[in-house]
Design a protein around this ligand. Structure first.
Ligand SMILES: Nc1nc2c(ncn2[C@@H]2O[C@H](COP(=O)(O)OP(=O)(O)OP(=O)(O)O)[C@@H](O)[C@H]2O)c(=O)[nH]1
Ligand SMILES: [Mg+2]
Length: 699
């Protein structure tokens, strides 16, 4: 494969909802361009795109797959992304490597709600699009109806360049409205046949061509004028109008066919090359802006092979044979294999290994790669997805990649203690590959917590953990890290006195406990005057209190938002010791807690739920039953965003509920807001549960 240049490359993302046919389309493109001798199928699990076992048995893509090929002298890099909402981060990161998108819609499957989220990501990146209407081989499909639905739902202006051609109710090919030809192909051969438009399709083709001309004319004043004067547009004007209109996102050229039937590929490839921008075209409209990492000033790079090297890491994989591979969109300059460069995001030096082009899981080693292209770099040590790597003399940091925050957490139980290290190592590697996963140990509850975007995400991660790292875990609801506090002021004496024959033990202190504002934690004050407790024993008193606050008196949760003051005491010239004062302080603290109106605190999350406006009532009703307190509402397109504070204990099972309440259309994100009082009537139940858990974990 030859290297491309910023003018001869097209970086394209296949995006849509699950099951629209992206992976099948990727396969059909690979077949047309001669990369594979025959077409695999998603159902048989032998496509280039879905090669991981977790994808094969689900018949769904779970990560983006890269297919790099050449077609008529143009390098085309296709990223086939998953449609499942759980894997939105794969779409978000792939879009950052792309200059254009093919939105794939299954005419048989119909438009599914997940498309709206994908469309939002595309709009956030302001990327030009083509629409490919797939599955037209399926009985009962209606090209015009599904196109109309897309236009209405996504508020786009579609301009058909091809329309389906059928014979006896069977799809036989497509009519290319630009070349005015019937184009046929089949799954037996990668070749395409072209012929005159059949008589029975003449009228509808003429009408569609007229409509095409009209829509293109409307994109710019000069073309409207020509169209009104001449009653038509030349082929050249049509192509120019389509190119500019697509780049400026005024229109979306529409192609059609059948991915599994291998229909419509040649026209689609032609449209990619003609109407989707090259890296240079795109950079003319969206200059490569970043920040200088030391001065934080804005700076710019040129999408030029001679410019200093820079690139954005948008994907990381850890392959059993290849090791770690970092996929990079080269923004500027040229990168040689095995060369050193700078990670400007982390301010570290990196030594790059071999460079590869990819066809799914197959890789082809190359010597160098130029601006605008996509490459996999082996063996980078520190570079993570979202980092900018560059020439150290011209540092630049491009904006990072938006990562979906995980919302669903589970505590992991290992089958045997010896496996803890294996689980931890394996999950850390899986997190590197998938930035929307989170794995951490909660020091308070002593649990290993795995968090993901949804149930499929968590399940598939554990399958990978089993397959790649040979360990299995059980899932539990995580424990809620409750805390204890006090609401009143109390004082008590802690006195520890022991006479055991010779040398005794003596420590005596008076402690005052006072509540502090939420979030203040713990403060210790010494108000001893006149040496009632010698100064050298005060740290021991503090130590005794610090140990005692780790386990409150209600259910043994840590005590927070409290001030403890030692203000009096006594000592013995021989028997007093650090140990004795530590014990005395701990006794005094527990005694004072008894009369300080101790209470429980629970973590409360700030949650934003996005739902279609007709479902807001249902969703708010459910949030109220979870002790949610609504903070406000925002409108975003057809959706409303409900901002609400909800105790974490009520959110542990929220993901499946929201999915069923909204038929998968709702989504939410949440982050820690703060600790708040647990209502009194709930305390005894929590204490009971905690006791039961403690007994179970000791039995
Ligand atoms: N009849 C027909 N079936 C198709 C066509 N394209 C895809 N399919 C089938 O539809 C199903 C889904 O296709 P995929 O290519 O996996 O869809 P996808 O968009 O990659 O789905 P995700 O990876 O889940 O996002 C598979 O069973 C395909 O065989 C088509 O043009 N015609
Ligand atoms: Mg797929």
């Amino acid at each position: 494969m030859k290297n491309g240049t910023p003018r001869t490359i097209r970086n394209v993302v296949l995006a849509s909802y699950p099951g629209a046919g992206k992976t099948s389309l990727n396969e059909a493109l690979a077949f047309t361009t001669g990369i594979i001798p025959s077409m695999g199928s998603v159902l048989q699990g032998n496509t280039i795109g879905d090669f991981e076992p977790e994808e094969v048995h689900r018949h769904h893509s779970l990560s983006s797959a890269l297919l790099q090929f050449e077609w008529q002298g143009i390098r085309i890099n296709v990223l086939d992304t998953p449609g499942m909402v759980d894997y939105g981060v794969e779409v978000q990161s792939s879009l950052r490597a792309a200059d254009g998108v093919i939105l794939v819609i299954g005419a048989g499957t119909g438009l599914r709600s997940e498309i709206e989220r994908v469309w939002e990501y595309i709009q956030d990146n302001d990327l030009p699009c083509l629409l490919y209407i797939n599955e037209l081989d399926k009985a009962g499909t209606d090209f015009n109806a599904i196109l109309g639905e897309c236009e209405k739902t996504l508020e786009l202006k579609g301009v058909p360049l091809t329309i389906p051609a059928s014979q006896d109710g069977q799809l036989m090919g497509i009519i290319d409205l630009l070349s005015r030809q019937l184009v046929t192909s089949n799954t037996e051969s990668s070749k395409t046949q072209r012929a005159d438009i059949p008589a029975d399709h003449e009228a509808s083709s003429t009408e569609h061509r007229r409509r095409l001309t009209e829509l293109v004319a409307e994109t710019n004043d000069q073309l409207v004028e020509k169209y009104l004067t001449d009653g038509e547009l030349s082929d050249e004007d049509l192509i120019d109008g389509l190119t500019m209109g697509t780049l400026e996102r005024k229109i979306v050229p529409v192609l059609c066919g059948s991915a599994t039937g291998h229909v419509g590929m040649a026209s689609l490839l032609e449209a990619i090359v003609r109407f989707l921008p090259s890296p240079e075209d795109r950079a003319n409209l969206h200059p490569l802006m970043g920040t200088q990492p030391q001065t934080h000033e804005e700076c710019q790079q040129q999408p030029d092979v001679e410019a200093p090297f820079s690139g954005l890491a948008f994907k990381t994989t850890i392959d059993p044979f290849m090791g770690r591979l970092t996929y990079v969109r080269i923004m500027s300059g040229t990168l040689q294999a095995d060369s050193a460069f700078f990670n400007a995001s982390r301010q570290t030096k990196e030594k790059g290994g071999h460079l590869f082009f990819s066809i799914g899981k197959k890789h082809q080693q190359i010597d160098q790669v130029c601006a605008g292209d996509i490459v996999a770099i082996a063996k980078l040590k520190d570079t993570q997805t979202g980092d900018t790597i560059c020439d150290d003399k011209h540092p630049i940091v491009y904006p990072g990649i938006k990562i979906m925050k995980p919302v669903m957490s589970y505590a992991l139980e290992v089958k045997s203690k010896n496996e803890i290290d294996k689980v931890s190592l394996g999950l850390h590697k899986l997190v590197e590959e998938d930035p929307s996963l989170e794995f951490l140990r909660n020091d308070e509850t002593k649990e290993m917590i795995l968090s993901g975007v949804g149930q499929v995400h968590i399940d598939a991660t554990l399958e990978k953990l089993r397959r790649k790292y040979g360990v299995d875990v059980n899932l539990h609801m995580p424990k809620v890290p409750y805390k204890e506090t006090i609401h009143g002021v109390a004082q008590a004496q802690g006195k520890y006195k022991k006479q055991t024959g010779g040398h005794g033990q003596f420590g005596d202190c008076w402690l005052k406990l006072e509540p502090s504002p939420r979030g203040q934690g713990f403060e210790f004050h010494n108000e001893i005057v006149g040496g009632a407790i010698p100064r050298n024993f005060i740290p021991a008193v503090e130590k005794g209190v610090v140990e005692a606050i780790q386990h409150g008196i209600i259910a043994g949760f840590p005590v927070v938002d409290i001030q403890v003051t030692v203000y009096d005491g006594s000592h013995h010239p021989v028997d007093s010791s650090e140990m004795a004062f530590k014990v005395a302080a701990s006794m005094g603290f527990k005694k004072a807690m008894e009369s300080a109106q101790a209470g429980l605190l629970e973590p409360v999350m700030a949650v934003e739920v996005t739902v279609p406006d007709d479902l807001v009532g249902t969703v708010i009703g459910d949030l109220n039953s979870r002790r949610g307190r609504i903070q406000g509402m925002d409108v975003k397109g057809h959706n409303e965003i409900v901002k609400v504070h909800v105790p974490l204990a009520e959110m542990l099972t929220y993901a499946p509920t929201l999915t069923s309440l909204t038929a998968g259309k709702g989504s939410y994100r949440m982050e820690f807001f703060g600790y708040e009082d647990v209502p009194k009537e709930m305390i005894s139940r929590i204490v009971e549960e905690h006791k039961k858990e403690a007994v179970a974990s000791h039995s």
